[in-house]
Design a protein. Sequence first.
Length: 193
Amino acid sequence: MVTKEIVVGVSARHVHLSQADVETLFGPGHELEPLRPLSYKGVFAAKETVDVKTEKGTMTGLRVLGPVRKQSQIELARTDCFKLGIKPPVRESGHLAGSTPVTVIGPNGSIELPEGAIIAARHIHISTETIAEWGKKSGDYVDVRVGGERGVTFHNVLLRAGGSGGHTELHLDTDEANACMLNTGDMVEAIID
């Protein structure tokens, strides 16, 4: 068995928006304003936040991430879904067919997403060079071992290759990270068969 040490990035609930939806929610011509860069190259937390509403509940102040996407989506942890009274599927980001409908509310308007709420599948962002070194391809799965007092092994961790030269980072939602006491910046081991 070969293992590779990788860094953890804990991903809280957030929203990705299309440019058309940005303009509906924040006003014509509006562009997302970066608040701070995230660890994955070119991605940022925006200053903008929105509320998400369902028939059974509302969550306020969800951070929008940029840059804009082709299709809007909401990424939640399972415990967030209890408050909203929904059961979205676990999906890779961007795979929204048949996902859960929600209403997104901004300061200038609202949008009804007929699909768009998901629980993001745990995944590793990895460069094209590193995934080749591992003998894997984008879309393959590995296991990840977490040490410590509440150590676990995560199975079915999706590899998402893209770009060159970037660092390798495991993305977990807050539920997964809290269960084994992980924080952003902690190190874990990817198990490469």
